[in-house]
Structures are given as C-alpha cells and as structure tokens.
Design a protein around this ligand. Structure first.
Ligand code: HEM
Length: 474
C-alpha cells in the first residue's frame, strides 16, 4: 500500500473511460477555416457570414449507429458537426451527409436509435428491428432511399456533401428574417463504396475513413466544401405546399435555388484524440446573432438534448474544455461546478442585475420575436391529408440513372433478407406510392406478388400498418 504511485496509477486507469456519445459515438475530427467569398448581408448580420470573413473551425465526422469501436465503412448516415469559432461566440452546425432526416417527431428519436442499435434480447444489431420501425413511419421513406442507395457508404468523408437538414433562420441588420437551409458540397467529388468493397475494407482497416482524412491533411491535400444556402421568405413559407419546417421534406432547388456563400477547408489534424475529438461537444443551440432557429419541432427538441447529454458525458463545465471554448471573451453568471478550471470569474459579482455595472443581457443581439399561430399540441403530420411522405423519395428515384436504381434495389433487397415478409410488404407499398416502377421492381426483388402489393397500397397508412403486423404473413 505504500507504493502510492502504483495506487495512483491503478486508480486513474480504472476511471479513464468516459461515457460515449449516445449516438454518433465513432468519429474523427479536424481543424480548418471557413472563408466567405460572396455577399449575403441582405439575409444575415452574422459576423461569420460577412463578405471576406475568415473563421477558424473544428469539425467532427461520425457514423450514427455504431459504438465507439465500430468500423468506419458501415452503411449508415454520416454525422458532420462543425464548430465555427466566430468573434461573436461559437456557432455549431450539427448536420448529416443527407439533406433530410428519418423522422420529424422528437418523441420518435430515442426509438429510432433503439431500433438501429442493439436488440435488448440478443445484444446484436437487428435488420428486423430496423425495418420494422422505419416502415411503420412512412416519413422515413426518403431517408431510407438515400441510405440504401450508392451514397449509403461514402468512399471517404472527403467525398460526400453535408447538410444542416433543418430549417434555420437568418436575420439581417434590420432584423428582417428569412428561413434558410445550409448545404456543404464537396469539391473532391462524390465517391462511394459498394457493399463488397466496404466489407473487405472493414475486415482489414476499421479506421479507414479516419485514416483517409488524417493522411490527406498531413500530405497537404486539404479537403474543401462550398457552402450554399437556400432561402425562403416568411411570406413564401405561409403558402408553401408542404410544411417548410418538416425535416423529412426537401426544398426543391428549382424553386429555392442554392446561393453560394463561401468555402470550408480542413487543414490541421488534432494533437490528441481524446482531448480534442472525444471531448468535443456540439449543439444546435449554439447560434450567433444573425442565425436563429425555426418552428421546426424536431430542431426544438435538439436544442435541449445536446447540452444535457454533454453535462452528463463531460460535466457541467464542458464549454471550458479548450476544443469547446469560444475564442472571444465570454461573460456569464455561471459559477462553480465540477472541473471548473478557469478562475471562476474571481471576485466579480455572481448575480445579475448588480449595482457594480457588470454584464447585463444584450437584447439587441436577440433573435427577432417569432409570431406563431395555431394550437400548441402534439400532432401527427400524417393526419394532414396534404402530407406526402413519398414525393421526395419518388423524385430521387426518377433522377437516378439505371445503374444507381439497380444498386438501390439490390442493396435494399440484401439488407431486408433476414426481415419477415409483413415488413417487406410495407416497404414495397411505400416504394409503389413513391413511383410505380420503384414499387414494381422492389416487389420483384423482395419476392412479393405485385398484385398483393397493389391491393395493400389502397389502404391508409394506419390500415396498412395494421394489415402488416403479423410476422407469419405470406
Ligand atoms: C430530436 C432529434 C435529435 C436528438 C434528440 C439528438 C440528440 C443527439 C445527442 C444527445 C447526441 C450526442 C451529443 C453528445 O454527447 O455530445 C447527438 C449527436 C449528434 N447528432 Fe443528433 N439528435 C437529433 C437529431 C439529429 C439530426 C436531425 C442531426 C443532423 C441534422 C443530428 C446530428 C448529430 C451529430 C452530427 C451528432 C454528433 C456530434 C459530434 O460529432 O459530437 N442529430 N445527437
């Protein structure tokens, strides 16, 4: 017991593992810069988006379903979280490599992750659980089409686009607001892996995407993305034919064209994986003046969830960890808490308002107030007869070339092989709703009689879900 160093060493070792992110646990990071090349001042006053502004950033790419040790080249969406260290504080853009998301109701979020992660009985991932959940919620359809397409396994992080997905808002110096979506387009070109290529790589190098990113930066081949926005006015939103705040819907580019903003470049690798990548904490709640939220109910749920997860995962003072710390001066009345490592604001008053004249709120940087109408209640957009969950998936199918269609059909049929027939029917019906050819070819690939798929397609969503509950269905 007198070997105190040994005690110290063993005790430290036993406590070195911190909780992994509940999802997006496997990831890789890099530093870079964002340079504004265009002028979008009419939309936003954000310093980070002003002409010629150059801002340091940290990015983390991730897979979603796998744990911290999962292989990189799995079929999954990729998370892309960017922390812009702006002179007005940190702006976190926490997005994915797909333009829409599976679901749009926050209540479904933990269920989505339970369905794609491990089965409570077997401890294994389960295609049955995956497809059961996805097909009971038809709003997943567009995202399923993307994930099962050739884009479901990118060749590298450098070879994919990424998106903010949600509708955010921008407001200018006159506090005039527009709704906006963020797009980041790769300048390296899109490249993907087939299932066979990915299986081979995963068998040999589970850290393939991380290594690719690291090596590219080390050799000076800095990856770049062009940032664009789509803009919708408040007036346009009122008469848009779909809910513009539904994250499962696309804003068509020909109606809301891409507006170029600037270029994002990655040019420096982290020095220490744990300190900088594992301890990085991003949240969509981190915005700066000129960038705001929207009535997207899914986004609203995220505004709470991330900070809460990080208080658990890293502790209440997670924003003091160097990778998370804003590069500008931050004045607040938070005090104390575990691992407080700055001076805790010394002798300055810890309450507001105070007579010493210390920091007060700055109403001039607040988002302009949002007028809302209608009942505040949980509702299911599927109850709205104008809601079309299949349009975006159908549009995507119709722009695919024949070889991409073949890949999509064969990836889906392969993935659904272990799944029971009732669930296959549900998916084939959804494909049919999206496009007659998509439905016909999917039914054939899944070994289902088209006549029965067509019969089931006459049912409402609730009726279809009820008619396809029985796993013994033939
Ligand atoms: C209501 C829906 C959602 C909830 C409640 C949610 C919650 C979370 C939580 C708790 C984490 C772990 C945070 C941490 O421990 O640091 C996380 C990670 C992440 N989420 Fe979400 N999420 C939602 C939807 C989305 C959507 C729609 C996107 C993309 C547009 C997204 C992108 C990400 C990314 C990229 C990460 C990893 C961040 C990192 O690299 O550290 N999430 N999410």
């Amino acid at each position: 017991m007198q070997d105190v160093w040994l005690m110290e060493k063993m005790a430290h070792f036993n406590r070195e593992v911190i909780p992994e992110r509940r999802m997006h646990a496997k990831g890789w990071g890099a530093y870079g810069t964002f340079t504004v090349t265009q002028d979008i001042r009419k939309y936003t006053k954000a310093a980070v988006l002003q002409p010629k502004a150059k801002t340091d950033l940290f990015i983390r790419f991730s897979t979603v379903a796998g744990e911290r040790g999962a292989a990189d080249c799995e079929r999954d969406i990729r998370g892309v979280a960017v922390k812009f260290y702006t002179k007005e504080g940190n702006w976190d853009m926490v997005g994915n490599n797909t333009p829409t998301f599976f679901i749009r109701d926050v209540h479904n979020f933990s269920d989505l992750n339970r369905a794609v992660k491990r089965d409570p009985h077997t401890g294994r991932r389960s295609a049955q659980n995956n497809w059961d959940f996805w097909t009971l919620l038809p709003e997943c359809f567009h995202q399923i089409t993307v994930v099962m397409s050739d884009r479901g396994i990118p060749a590298s992080f450098r070879n994919m686009h990424f998106f903010g997905e949600h509708t955010y808002s921008l407001y200018n110096a006159k506090n005039e607001r527009v709704w906006c979506k963020f797009h980041f387009k790769t300048e390296q070109g899109i490249k993907n892996l087939s299932n066979e290529e990915a299986a081979k790589i995963n068998g040999m190098n589970r850290e393939y995407h991380g290594q690719d990113l690291y090596d590219a930066i080390e050799r000076g081949d800095y990856p770049k993305w062009k940032m664009y926005i789509q803009v919708m006015t408040e007036e346009q939103a009122k008469s848009h034919y779909e809910n513009p705040f539904d994250i499962t819907k696309i804003w068509r580019h020909k109606e809301y064209p891409l507006i170029e903003v600037g270029e994002l470049e990655l040019n420096r690798n982290p020095e220490n994986y744990f300190a900088e990548v594992e301890q990085a904490a991003f949240t969509p709640a981190h915005v700066v003046p000129g960038i705001g939220f929207s009535p997207d109910r899914f986004l609203q749920g995220r505004l709470f969830s991330y900070g809460d997860a990080q208080r658990y995962r890293l502790g209440i003072n997670y924003n003091q960890i160097p990778v998370n710390r804003a590069k500008c001066e931050v004045n607040d009345y938070h005090r104390d808490g575990a691992m407080r490592t700055d001076g805790n604001y010394g002798r300055l008053p810890a309450y507001t308002p105070n007579s010493e004249g210390y920091w007060t709120a700055q109403p001039e940087v607040a988002e302009p107030p949002l007028e809302i109408s209608g009942a505040m209640w949980r509702y299911d957009p599927k109850d709205d007869p104008t809601d079309d969950c299949f349009r975006a998936g159908g549009d995507l199918w119709r722009v695919m070339t024949e070889d991409k269609k073949k890949i999509l059909i064969s990836n889906t049929a392969g993935d659904m092989k272990p799944v029971t027939t009732n669930i296959k029917y549900r998916h084939a019906v959804h494909c049919l709703h999206a496009d007659p050819e998509y439905g016909k070819r999917m039914a054939k690939a899944l070994g289902l009689p088209l006549a029965k798929v067509k019969e089931l397609a006459k049912l409402t969503n609730d009726e279809l879900n009820k008619a396809t509950l029985d796993p013994e269905m033939e």
